[in-house]
Design a protein around this ligand. Structure first.
Ligand SMILES: [Zn+2]
Length: 213
């Protein structure tokens, strides 16, 4: 295991109401809501471990903050249904996830993506915090070398995030009980194929908290 606890952050991708199979699901990952306690459980375990070592854990999250006319869901070739429009409940972090994203090492580690209509932004590395900073630069400045990745959806934004973090030189461990995908097909890999792509890119795959810590 190459991941060093002292320089490892937790990454939570798109844990927004719009991607969960609850009352506000717009593009829901089936079973996504059931994974929330597993993500929270992992976070609490890592936070406790770091606290016992006299450190803090950086919890980085991202989410879509689309405009009403985003090309992801408007126009004849739009790939997705309408989801996560900025300012709507669909774009809000799930209520058990939101308290985990705190101010640490220079501010809140939340990276909004898809805010303009210029580019499709699936990866956490494409988002920006309120000061305009991206996660790669902030993580490097904070001495973070590795990420444990969780969130939604496995075969789109989690996959893009993991591949981009690996390309940027970070160690990555994917916690499989904390990622949930949508059905593959039409050019989209299945969740299992996405996990295989992440592993092929050098990510470690963990199926239990014990395998993470
Ligand atoms: Zn989107």
């Amino acid at each position: 295991m190459p991941i060093q606890p002292a320089t490892t952050a937790l990454a939570i991708v798109d844990a927004q109401n719009g991607f969960l199979d609850g009352p506000h699901g717009e593009l829901p990952a089936p079973g996504g809501l059931a994974a929330i306690p597993r993500i929270v459980g992992l976070a609490e375990h890592l936070i406790r471990r770091e606290r016992d070592a006299g450190r803090g854990l950086v919890v980085a999250a991202c989410g879509d903050e689309h405009r009403e006319d985003c090309p992801e869901f408007t126009g004849p070739d739009a790939p997705w249904p309408r989801h996560c429009v900025a300012g709507t409940v669909g774009a809000e972090l799930e209520e058990r996830i939101a308290p985990l994203v705190t101010e640490d090492a220079g501010g809140r580690w939340f990276f909004g993506k898809g805010r303009t209509n210029d580019d499709i932004e699936y990866s956490m590395t494409r988002g920006h915090d309120d000061a305009g900073r991206g996660i790669v630069d902030r993580a490097r400045a904070a001495g973070i070398t590795a990420f444990v990745v969780t969130g939604y959806v496995t075969n789109v934004c989690v996959l893009a995030t993991v591949l981009d973090l690996r390309a940027a030189g970070f160690e990555v461990l994917v916690y499989t009980p904390g990622v949930v995908g949508i059905p593959g097909g039409d050019g989209l890999p299945t969740p299992d194929e996405a996990i295989a792509q992440m592993a092929a890119a050098g990510a470690d795959i963990a199926d239990s908290v014990a395998a993470v810590a």
